[in-house]
Design a protein around this ligand. Structure first.
Ligand SMILES: O=P(O)(O)OC[C@H]1O[C@](O)(CO)[C@@H](O)[C@@H]1O
Length: 377
């Protein structure tokens, strides 16, 4: 057995490694640069037990040069060890197809409906129950409102339950009272939580009034880890391409922290504060790009012409910390779900390409088992 670990770390001896580690057959330790979650550790161990050859786990999302991998030598299973001919493509192969999918729908209401159906499918197929919670990351803002309304409809129709769902919200303003109509606590409770059967103790929103904001951010990360990580993180973006409140220039491996909001964000959000920019809180607590990247799957909702430049930067240009949502090009399972208006700055060929896949995209909300959903990118 070549794998050693504890709840918090994974370390293995291997014959193959990547980039900064010795390559060419020399045994070496591969130590992730940060702890892995207990859930990831356990699922890795489970995979090692099942797979005949070897398994690679990406432990830190981001640019390939920063991805440490755990390579499993198959000695303990009695199968052949991987050979040094393993290609970079093999090293990047995830459990399922890797795909950045752009799903282009008619308008904002169709986006809301599609997103809600996607959540319905994911939760239903996961079959949550006691001791088996589906973990959902949630956004606020105008864009996801329609999705929440559809989810409430599904709940009322008896098609979905949130009893065994744990949620983590992306962000919260600093210093805004919890009962302020623009606080994200207030928003989540009024727009969603109070209408469904979620246990309030399972619905986590950062506390922007905590006496120690840094400790609050750490507590939030710890809670996510204790929940076993996020299955599906849903996000919204700002017109400047920020995800959650990861403003332009944020680190693409950032974690939950305090952020000072950019002028563009204050401008964009003043509509919620009587169009008075001075009333918009200057700071927020936000999950980091790295926090969202850790989710198994990410769905980003983008509607309206005012987000079209951000969408183009997100999917057509390179990964760039000035458009933090572009980081999700490198996520193994990222969906950008947008309306026609948001495609205005995209190239015609980009739009045509992704629209040609729309039949496959529809399968994602049609009850087709996840493992049968192959997008031929
Ligand atoms: O959907 P809207 O109203 O454009 O708001 C999006 C905003 O919400 C956020 O998700 C903040 O919570 C940001 O990403 C963005 O500023």
């Amino acid at each position: 057995m070549w794998l050693f670990g504890s709840d918090n770390t994974v370390r293995c001896h291997c014959q193959l490694s990547y980039q900064q580690f010795d390559i060419d057959g020399a045994e070496c330790d591969v130590v992730p640069r940060r702890p892995v979650t207990a859930r990831r550790y356990h699922s890795l161990v489970a995979l090692l037990a099942k797979r005949p050859c070897f398994v690679i786990a990406s432990l830190l999302s981001g640019r390939p040069a920063h991805w440490p991998y755990v390579l499993h030598h198959a000695t303990h299973t009695g199968h052949a060890a991987p050979t040094p001919r393993t290609t970079l493509t093999d090293l990047h192969a995830p459990e399922r197809d890797t795909a950045m999918r752009l799903i282009i729908l008619e308008d904002a209401s169709v986006v809301a409906d599609w997103a809600a159906r996607f959540v319905l499918q994911r939760i239903t197929q996961f079959a949550p129950g006691p001791g088996r919670h589906f973990v959902l990351g949630l956004p606020t803002g105008g864009t996801p409102l329609g999705m929440y309304r559809r989810l409430i409809d599904f709940y009322k129709e008896g098609r979905i339950s949130f009893k065994y769902v744990t949620t983590f919200n992306m962000d919260e303003y600093v210093g805004l009272p919890r009962d302020h109509p623009e606080s994200y606590h207030y928003y989540m409770w009024n727009e969603f939580f109070k209408h469904v059967d979620i246990e309030p103790s399972n619905a986590h929103v950062l506390d922007g009034n905590a006496p120690d904001l840094v400790a609050e951010c750490k507590r939030f990360e710890d809670l996510i880890a204790a929940a076993g990580g996020v299955h599906l993180f849903i996000g919204g973006i700002g017109p400047d391409g920020h995800i959650a409140f990861n403003e332009p220039g944020s680190s693409l491996v950032s974690r939950t922290r305090v952020k000072t909001l950019a002028y563009d964000t204050l401008e964009a959000n003043k509509r919620f504060f009587g169009n008075d920019i001075s009333k918009v809180p200057r700071q927020a607590l936000t999950v980091g790009v790295g926090t969202v990247m850790d989710a198994k799957e990410v769905m980003i909702l983008i509607t309206g012409a005012h987000k079209s430049l951000a969408l183009a930067k997100a999917v057509e240009e390179g990964v760039n910390h000035m458009w933090t949502v572009s980081a999700f090009q490198q996520h193994a399972q990222a969906l950008f779900v947008c309306d026609e208006d948001a495609t205005l700055e995209l190239r015609v060929k980009t739009v045509k390409y992704f629209k040609a896949l729309s039949e496959e995209h529809q399968r994602m909300i049609a009850g087709v088992p996840v493992h049968e959903q192959r997008v031929l990118h």
